[in-house]
Design a binder for this molecule. Structure first.
Ligand code: GLV
Length: 367
């Protein structure tokens, strides 16, 4: 049957993938309350569309950190994509380039920064986990720079891995035919089996739990690349991130895989946007599954959004073609949302085009 929205790839991926792999991609932390809330919170935001505006031409193009892209929909970092499909990150990189948008490569990719660069031109960001061994980090950042990556998305919400119970039950580990390619040769590319989640053990062994704001400054001493701080959920931290030199902020709860019972990212977004006072761009990931979600995020002040699981599930179902289709479907839906809301360019999307539950009661329609 024809696929008509990105969510449909989830069930196909579930059918196709080994249980351990599907569960790893799909699950959130503990009760998975935030996992559901990332979706539910979008559903509680409604539109205030404007009518009788000539929407014959819609322009979705935008600029992120100075790089022109075709739409404000980008690819989030997701780890170990060759578990989903043999082409893994190669397929994702090609699909993102074809769509004229940015791909963020995970530190824990099963393809290296050089391999991804070899797929051809494209604007790419590199997601960074800071290892205890800072020499490893320095080397990796240098390689990413050399491979033409344009920014670092520094994950700041993972001093320890969140508790994902299916990974514990499944004794999740990276299949032995794959490696964390960026760390091959450093003796950090394999994941041992553990009595719980192999990834949680790997993180406990290698990732630096002492990471703090001073390390955001340290990172700027080893690279000129702009740093996006990924994992901000409060106005307080947004302000500190700017002081620490961040070029941008990604409002993220790590796909609800870290601390459970944090708010949906779409609920936290506006507080962060207000705190930044326009000094740096704010992006969002988490729960975006529709063009209407993209519009809602932009109306609340995001400069763009990133999608994670839809890419992985489409990759599992149809490889590169699936990822292309996901990006195309979201593009088409977003364009339609703009047209039906009376917005011809991203700058015409305003806070007044939506109404949230935290707005003044007079705006709230009775449900
Ligand atoms: C990796 O970043 C994960 O959340 O599993």
């Amino acid at each position: 049957m024809e696929i008509t929205n990105v969510t449909e790839y989830d069930a196909i991926a579930k059918q196709k993938l080994p249980k351990m792999v599907y569960d790893y991609y799909a699950s959130g932390a503990e009760d998975q309350w935030t996992l559901q809330e990332n979706r539910n919170a979008f559903a509680r935001i409604l539109f205030r569309p404007r009518i009788l505006i000539d929407v014959n031409k819609i322009d979705m193009a935008t600029t992120v950190l100075g790089f022109k892209i075709s739409m404000p929909i980008m690819v989030a970092p997701t780890a170990m994509q060759k578990m989903a499909h043999p082409d893994g990150e190669y397929a994702t990189a090609r699909a993102a380039s074809a769509a004229g948008t940015i791909m963020t490569l995970s530190s824990w990719a099963t393809s290296s920064v050089e391999e991804v660069a070899s797929t051809g031109p494209g604007i790419r960001f590199f997601q960074l986990y800071v290892y205890k061994n800072r020499k490893v980090v320095e080397q990796l950042v240098r390689r990413a720079e050399k491979a033409g990556f344009k920014a670092i998305a520094l994950t700041v919400d993972t001093p320890r891995l969140g508790r994902r119970e299916s990974d514990i039950k499944n004794r999740f580990t990276l299949p032995s035919n794959l490696t964390l390619k960026n760390f091959e040769g450093l003796d950090l590319g394999k994941m041992d089996e553990a009595n719980d989640s192999g990834l949680a053990s790997y993180v406990a062994g290698q990732i630096d739990r002492t990471l703090s704001w001073k390390d955001v400054q340290w990172l700027q001493t080893i690279t000129k690349l702009p740093i996006l701080v990924k994992g901000v959920l409060t106005g307080e931290d947004a302000r500190i991130a700017i002081q620490a030199g961040a070029a941008g902020i990604i409002v993220s709860n790590h796909g609800a895989r870290q601390l459970d019972y944090v708010p949906a990212t779409i609920s936290a977004l506006e507080e962060v946007v207000k705190a930044t006072q326009g000094r740096v761009p704010v992006f969002l990931d988490g729960g975006v599954r529709r063009g209407t979600d993209v519009f809602k995020a932009l109306a609340l002040g995001a400069s763009g959004i990133f999608i994670g699981r839809p890419v992985v599930f489409a990759l599992a179902a149809e490889g590169e073609a699936g990822v292309r289709k996901v990006l195309q479907m979201l593009r088409d839906e977003f364009e339609l949302t703009m047209a039906l809301s009376g917005c011809r360019s991203l700058s015409e999307i305003t806070r007044n085009h939506i109404v949230t539950e935290w707005d003044t009661p007079r705006h709230l329609p009775r449900l």
